[in-house]
Ligand binder design. Structure first.
Ligand SMILES: [Zn+2]
Ligand SMILES: [Zn+2]
Length: 167
């Protein structure tokens, strides 16, 4: 087991650092610390920018399925992560516990979700889940299933009707 107290000397900057600061490649940690390997990457990219862009383009062109698949998987993973956070640690409805992914979505607790989703701020992000992730999981949201969303909506409508009648 790797403990936090283990150290390793970086073969680039020769500084002794905790092993956790060395990136994993497969099962093993590489010889350069995270800072050095980032610098190496950056330097390489600077020198080979045109090549890297062309390579990426070619790769995306030649592996359309793989790239689409990868994108889909990343989005799915992110969705699960966000839903789990707002489901209080479970990828499930925070009200009834429904856990079929297709039924779940994020509820704006105080309403206004629709307006917010269409706002300019959100238009910059490819998805609402990505936005929540990039905002470091703001308060005021929860995971709800379609049924519970529906119940909430009809309760709100009911309440608004009662408010109107009582005025
Ligand atoms: Zn280093
Ligand atoms: Zn529910």
């Amino acid at each position: 087991m790797i403990t936090n107290t283990k150290t390793k000397v970086c073969s680039k900057c020769h500084i002794e650092k905790p092993v956790l600061e060395f990136p994993l490649r497969g099962k093993y940690r590489i010889g350069y610390c995270i800072i050095c390997s980032r610098n190496i990457c950056r330097m390489w990219y600077k020198k080979n920018r045109a090549y890297a862009i062309e390579y990426n383009k070619q790769y995306q062109h030649n592996h359309k399925d793989r790239v689409a698949n990868w994108r889909c998987n990343t989005n799915r993973k992110l969705k699960i992560k966000v839903l789990t956070f707002y489901g209080n640690g479970r990828c499930a409805c925070s009200q009834c516990g429904e856990d079929r992914l297709a039924c779940l979505s994020i509820d704006h607790i105080n309403g206004g979700g629709h307006k917010h989703r269409n706002s300019k701020e959100l238009a910059r992000f490819s998805s609402f889940y990505r936005w929540l992730h990039q905002q470091h999981y703001p308060l005021g949201y929860r995971t709800l299933c379609m049924n519970c969303q529906f119940i909430k909506k009809s309760n709100t409508l009911e309440r608004e009707k009662n408010d109107k009648n009582s005025n």
